[in-house]
Design a protein around this ligand. Structure first.
Ligand code: NAD
Length: 509
């Protein structure tokens, strides 16, 4: 069994008392990684009880505690940087550059932003009141939910575990993290390393896969934050119904990328290739397929071919900057998609290295598997459409994607695309980079998810907005108007004091 904490786990016979003392002292039952001694814990309820007790005692609420934990998380990133980057290399052949730019630096920025703004984010927000409540104080209190569960995937295993954690800490919650079991090296350093930095009574990492996550989901949480594929999202949402647990679902899908005839093809090719082939195509925001007209198709293919060679050399397999597919199962799945359409660039594979070359496919049809499922690998199908109108029809008959992209030199084309499609995010003339703007929310819509995070949005996600009204216990005369016996006069008075009056129409610009 991979995980030492599965519910049905039967512990070995008790060790002699002196041995028990030795193993219990250094463990202090917080980090639940495989490397920890499994004798300390046989079910998640013990961990949850401990963490819940800390929350009930109010340990995570003071701003000073939140600040100290955020600082500690920052130290973890800084001091374990080399180790974390090595893990990403081992798990995904992720280059140091990509590891730092797309994971560590982004988490660092989120921590810094939270530290810089914590006290203003935490402040009660006063709101205006009606005339009837003029003398009272009404405000929104940002209250932590309690114990939150963060389940994350393997493609950006540090980023997608720690950004939600930053918001959970900043908002005053306790948190249980469940990183992906697939990126084992990163999972290990998160489970063992984090416990050395952040408070073990308030935060814990649980290791394991499908079975363990299933068991964890039977427990009661106050919020669930899930990132992964839509199928598993449904399982998580189903589990959340048991206790009506609020949740965020950050899911995936097929992100369309429309290239209009008037685009700067060379620039478009460079930006599309970068956003498709970064992390070997295993990025939820990557353009999943391109739509363009027959007129520019060949030119675009040639520009993509030249770009791939410029980025990764004659043989991308030798490039230190090109990643690998995460495991054999995904390698087999991605490699099988190469049977669709016609390979015009790339197409080489090597199962011993889980290598799939950056590949461009033409002549793909809608019913091909490569157009039915999220590719999540370094393959880019190009489909032809007559122009913007057909592209919009193609996109709009599918599920709403996590991101949509349009390339054009004409702002009217871009605006039409923006107005007539829906997606979690949109970027004109580039790919993925919208996610680096922390003042923009990150999240899906419909099939690509619900809820949002990044920057202050993460703090808001993990905060319950409690509606508060503070009234005086005197001034009873002012209340009499609402009490029986009711009368027409009292009704008129209440309406005049509480109703919202029309001020005339707003100006539609
Ligand atoms: P996944 O859904 O298979 O796994 C995510 C997590 O769920 C893992 O921790 C895993 O252990 C757990 N899990 C898997 N199967 C489960 C089950 N049956 N029951 C309970 N728990 C289960 O996703 P993945 O393969 O790790 O990641 C790829 C998917 O995630 C893609 O669809 C991608 O688009 C999506 N993704 C979305 C975002 C986003 O921010 N929207 C970011 C990254 C990845």
């Amino acid at each position: 069994m991979r995980n030492s904490l599965h519910k049905n786990y039967v512990p070995p016979p008790p060790p002699p008392p002196y041995f028990l003392l030795i193993i219990l002292l250094p463990l202090s039952v917080s980090c639940l990684g495989r490397a920890q001694d499994h004798r300390t814990m046989t079910s998640y309820s013990g961990t949850l009880e401990r963490v819940r007790r800390s929350f009930s005692e109010g340990k995570t609420r003071p701003a000073e505690f939140r600040m100290a934990q955020l600082e500690a998380l920052g130290r973890f990133l800084d001091e374990k940087k080399t180790e974390l980057l090595q893990c990403l290399k081992k798990d995904l052949n992720k280059s140091t550059f990509e590891g730092e730019v797309t994971e560590l630096s982004m988490v660092r920025s989120e921590i810094n932003l939270a530290i810089n703004n914590l006290s203003s984010w935490m402040k009660d927000e006063p709101v205006s009141t009606s005339m009837a409540m003029y003398l009272d104080s009404a405000f929104i209190r940002k209250e932590p939910f309690g114990v939150v569960l963060i389940i994350s995937p393997w493609n950006y295993p540090i980023l997608l575990t720690l950004i939600p954690l930053v918001g959970a800490i900043a908002a005053g919650n306790c948190a249980i993290m469940k990183p992906s079991e697939i990126t084992q090296n990163t999972e290990k350093v998160l489970s063992e390393g984090l416990a050395q930095y952040i408070d073990q009574d308030c935060f814990a990492v649980v290791c394991g896969g499908v079975e363990e996550t299933g068991s964890l989901l039977t427990e009661r949480f106050d919020y669930i934050f899930f990132t992964g594929n839509p199928m598993v999202g449904k399982i998580v949402m189903q589990a959340a119904t048991k206790y009506l647990t609020p949740l965020t679902l950050e899911l995936g899908g097929k992100n369309p990328c429309y290239v209009h005839d008037d685009s700067d093809i060379k620039n478009a090719a460079r930006r599309i290739a970068w956003s498709r082939f970064i992390n070997a195509g295993q990025t939820c925001l990557s353009p999943d397929y391109v739509l363009c007209s027959d007129k520019i198709k060949e030119k675009l293919v040639e520009a993509l071919r030249a770009t791939i060679q410029e980025f990764y050399g004659e043989d991308p397999k030798q490039s230190p900057d090109f990643g690998r597919i995460v495991n054999d199962r995904h390698f087999q799945r991605v490699a099988a998609l190469l049977k669709n359409g016609k390979i015009v660039v790339g197409g080489q594979t090597d199962d011993t290295e889980k290598y799939v070359a950056p590949t461009i496919l033409l002549d793909v049809v809608e019913s091909d598997p490569v157009m039915q499922e999220e590719i999540f690998g370094p393959i880019l199908p190009i489909l032809t459409v007559s122009g913007l109108e057909e592209a919009l029809q193609f996109i709009n008959k599918r599920e709403k994607p996590l991101a949509a992209y349009a390339f054009s030199a004409n702002s009217q084309i871009i605006n039409q695309f923006l107005d007539r499609t829906s997606s979690g995010s949109f970027c004109a003339n580039d790919g993925i980079v919208q996610t680096t703007i922390m003042t923009l929310p990150f999240g899906g819509v419909g099939h690509s998810g619900m809820g949002m995070y990044h920057g202050k949005f993460t703090f808001d996600t993990f905060s319950h907005k409690r509606a508060c009204l503070l009234r005086s216990d005197g001034r009873e005369k002012l209340n009499e108007v609402r009490y029986p016996p009711y009368s027409e006069g009292r009704l008129g008075f209440i309406n005049s004091m509480t109703g919202v009056k029309r001020k005339g129409g707003c100006v539609i610009s």
